[in-house]
Design a protein around this ligand. Structure first.
Ligand SMILES: Cc1cc2nc3c(=O)[nH]c(=O)nc-3n(C[C@H](O)[C@H](O)[C@H](O)COP(=O)(O)OP(=O)(O)OC[C@H]3O[C@@H](n4cnc5c(N)ncnc54)[C@H](O)[C@@H]3O)c2cc1C
Length: 430
């Protein structure tokens, strides 16, 4: 019997695109996943429906690996790790272990990124130290989605009118009212970047990204979500009733905050691509091993042509998906050459990467499950978990439908409010 896989892992990426430090990070996280995560995957999921104690322990280990607090500037004690490519390769490796463990680094990066890009000293001085405390490191949350919908907030055509959370200035303070739901780690976070609107009639200028810490007066939790996958993170609804924060805790100001919101959407979609590919790679590793050992009709399953075809489809999706997220991350990291992260071009490129990778990962985990028969569907093997986790990543951040609209925005002025004269004439006649 041959080895489960003879793939040359070091050639997964165009080596010239990956910096020497990123290669070290990939190796360190891969080792961490193999040693510390893979053996306790099931216990982590059980802890998620229990007391979360094991999850907190594992998250502390992420801190010691430098994966928490890494996105903060060096002068505040962080690692200045703002590269989408670096975070993406970390996302892929961690997701191979347990995709929900990437939620803490992603939540922190997404929450703190607007303040980092805007160089908001007040926010960074206030919150950065908490993320770097050894014992009880802060958890960050980027709170955008509301009960009335998530896609409407990300939809660049709607220019903030989908944001019902209101922020009004009262002297030196913002007074915030509204409800948010679904945000990663909203149930456990200490620092929130809340997407608000100061005045819907202002369009993008009304969008405001405002920081707050929890607990704070006027912040109330609703219930927590019981999800199919991505379990080691707790999302829930929360209500803000006249929450007051200093006016300096707005990320930047009118216009710039909208750019920072759209930039965060692009950044997240690139990470989503890598995150999904990690799930698919984990499923491929598992199914290559399973089908090399288990025989069907007298030979290992993977030696049947039909199975080899299915394995080829999984591998194609993973490698093309990986190429696409690496490409998108590489150009996102170079705004001086390729334009700003919030541009329609980058929105399109990041959406291409997210959609392709998520579709490939959902298909790959599904095929892996079929190749393993009943064994793919039970928790003794991690394939059913990769399948549940990949599906979540496909659904969030605007889903596959808004994402496709965003793809075409890079090619023509797509306008969902485009006037339909024929339709209006028919309506008038009837
Ligand atoms: C595990 C998990 C973690 C999450 N983490 C976060 C987080 O950290 N922060 C955060 O703010 N949110 C988070 N979300 C929310 C997530 O981003 C939203 O669920 C997502 O944006 C979709 O919003 P929605 O569920 O309200 O669906 P809706 O916006 O109601 O969309 C429903 C459907 O309509 C489609 N659709 C939407 N707009 C259009 C359109 N214009 N044309 C055609 N079709 C359209 C969508 O693609 C989707 O298929 C998370 C969700 C999950 C499940």
């Amino acid at each position: 019997m041959g080895a489960a896989s003879i793939e040359k892992k070091e050639n997964r990426f165009i080596q010239e695109l990956i910096s020497p430090s990123d290669k070290l990070v990939i190796d360190a996280v891969r080792e961490f996943v193999n040693q510390e995560i893979a053996p306790i995957r099931r216990e982590i999921e059980e802890s998620a429906i229990g007391d979360f104690v094991l999850i907190d322990k594992v998250r502390k280990k992420l801190l010691s690996l430098g994966l928490q607090g890494g996105s903060l500037p060096e002068e505040y004690g962080g690692m200045g790790l703002t590269s989408a490519l670096t975070l993406s390769v970390i996302a892929e490796e961690l997701a191979r272990g347990d995709a929900s463990l990437f939620c803490a680094p992603a939540g922190e990066a997404r929450a703190m990124r607007p303040a980092v890009l805007a160089e908001n000293k007040d926010v960074l001085e206030q919150f950065a130290p908490g993320f770097l405390t050894e014992d009880e490191a802060c958890v960050g949350c980027f709170a955008m989605t509301e009960p009335s919908g998530g896609s409407n907030i990300e939809n660049v055509d709607l220019k903030g009118v989908g944001i019902d959370t209101r922020a009004e200035l009262d002297g030196d303070q913002w007074v915030i009212n509204g409800s948010k739901m679904w945000s990663i780690d909203s149930g456990t976070a200490d620092v929130f970047c809340v997407v608000c609107n100061t005045d819907p009639s202002l369009g993008d200028d009304g969008i405001a990204l405002i920081y707050m810490e929890v607990p704070t007066e006027g912040f109330h939790y609703g219930g927590f979500e019981d999800k199919a996958g991505l379990r080691a993170t707790r999302e829930g609804e929360f209500r803000l009733d006249n929450v007051r924060v200093p006016r300096e805790w707005r990320a930047a100001g009118p216009g710039r905050d909208a750019q920072l919101l759209y930039d965060n959407v692009v950044f997240s979609r690139i990470l989503n691509g890598a995150w999904a590919i990690g799930c698919a790679q984990g499923a491929l590793d598992e199914v290559l091993s399973f089908t090399s050992d288990r025989p069907a009709a007298g030979k290992p399953i993977r030696q049947h042509t039909i199975a080899a075809n299915m394995l080829a489809d999984i591998a194609i999706g993973i490698q093309v998906g990986r190429d696409s997220y690496v490409n998108a991350a590489y150009i996102y990291d170079r705004p001086e050459t390729y334009g700003p992260g919030y541009s329609r071009h980058m929105l399109s490129r990041s959406s291409i990467a997210k959609i392709f990778c998520c579709d490939a990962a959902v298909k790959a985990t599904n095929l892996a499950m079929e190749l393993m028969g009943s064994y793919g569907y039970v928790t003794d093997y991690p394939v059913e978990k990769y399948w549940r986790d990949a599906k979540t990543i496909q659904l969030w951040d605007g889903g596959a439908q808004l994402g496709r609209l965003d793809v075409v925005r890079g090619y023509y002025e797509y306008d969902q409010f485009h006037k339909n004269e024929l339709y209006e004439a028919i309506r008038e006649r009837s």
